[in-house]
Design a binder for this molecule. Structure first.
Ligand code: C5P
Length: 306
């Protein structure tokens, strides 16, 4: 086999309930992950040594050395399978970099599947997800896709049934936010307020809205415990959220640890109106329209020789 390409979607957290800090430094979470139609594409091919190239969204902001999560995925699986990790990884990025949409985790999930296919490892998907969890809390969901509740540090997954297609607008910001910094700010704000840290739990209204395919109810039930922390570090995000809400979004929230903001729209036409209003408001760098849920990692079929 000469090369394998895998596509992988971005995620938005429809709910991100953040609990107490655990002894390992991670926070106990309940996360309702939802995969949306912004994709990265990862191609791996045998090479003399492990190298990475990149095109698309955020080129220049992504490390091309061994600190890249995709490179770490190659090394982890190679070690497991007794393979030489000498591959070239090419990443076509459509997911915002450091945007709270699991772009790095998506690349790690895609790389694990691509290398396993290239090396004919036949590793069970469940095992690939378990390996993925060693690389990052969001990696198993990037592989699974759809809509799912994540517990623990977000890596233990249970699929959530949903009906129909939800329409989203994403407002992309200039520059990223550091995930550890946003969690740290969340802890700081909570300590300052002196309120007890709540036990994270899924919102019943949210799960019911997904099951019913009820977009207005879903919009009303969106929530993110990291939102105040992201806004505290990047106050302009409040203006972005207000602009999308004023344009008729059914719901608005910061995606994960931000700074990308997510807006739920009633349908595709409404999404276009929200996107245009956000761009005209000058409160974001650009927008993307997407829909969810979509499947997780997918091996792209090789075109037959001409
Ligand atoms: O697992 P991942 O590499 O995505 O996590 C990045 C950082 O986000 C962690 O180092 C930690 O600071 C924070 N985090 C956390 N609790 C979680 C998930 C992530 O504190 N459940």
């Amino acid at each position: 086999m000469s090369a394998v390409t895998v596509s992988v979607p971005a995620k938005v957290n429809l709910q991100l309930a953040v609990g107490a800090v655990r002894p390992d430094g991670f926070h106990e979470l309940v996360s309702v992950f939802h995969a949306v139609s912004l994709f990265d594409e990862v191609t791996v091919a045998p090479a003399d040594e492990l190298t990475i190239t990149l095109e698309g969204e955020g080129v220049g902001e992504v490390p091309l050395d061994r600190s890249n999560l995709a490179a770490r995925a190659v090394e982890l699986l190679a070690d497991r399978l007794g393979q030489d990790p000498a591959v070239h990884i090419h990443i076509r990025k459509g997911i915002p970099v450091a945007g709270g949409m699991a772009g790095g985790s998506a690349d790690a999930a895609a790389t694990l599947l691509a290398c396993d296919t290239l090396w004919r490892g036949n590793t069970p998907r469940e095992m690939l997800r378990r390996l993925g969890a060693e690389l990052g809390s969001d990696v198993p969901f990037s592989d699974l896709g759809g809509t799912a509740i994540g517990t623990g540090r977000g890596e233990r997954l249970a699929a959530v049934p949903s009906v129909g297609r939800f329409h989203w607008v994403f407002a992309l910001a200039d520059g990223g936010l550091s995930t550890p910094a946003v969690y740290g700010e969340c802890d700081r704000l909570r300590a300052e307020a002196g309120v007890p840290v709540p036990e994270p739990a899924p919102r019943e209204e949210l799960i019911a809205a997904l099951r019913a395919g009820d977009a207005p109810a879903l919009g009303a039930a969106l929530s993110n415990d990291l939102q105040d922390a992201a806004i505290s570090l990047r106050p302009s995000l409040a203006d972005t959220l207000a602009a999308g809400t004023a344009a008729g979004a059914l719901g608005a929230l910061v995606s994960g640890s931000g700074p990308t903001c997510a807006f739920l729209a009633a349908d595709e036409d409404a999404a276009k109106l929200v996107a245009r209003a956000l761009e005209e408001s000058g409160t974001c760098r650009t927008t993307r329209i997407a829909h969810g849920p979509v499947a997780g990692t997918k091996i792209r079929p090789v075109a037959p020789p001409a």
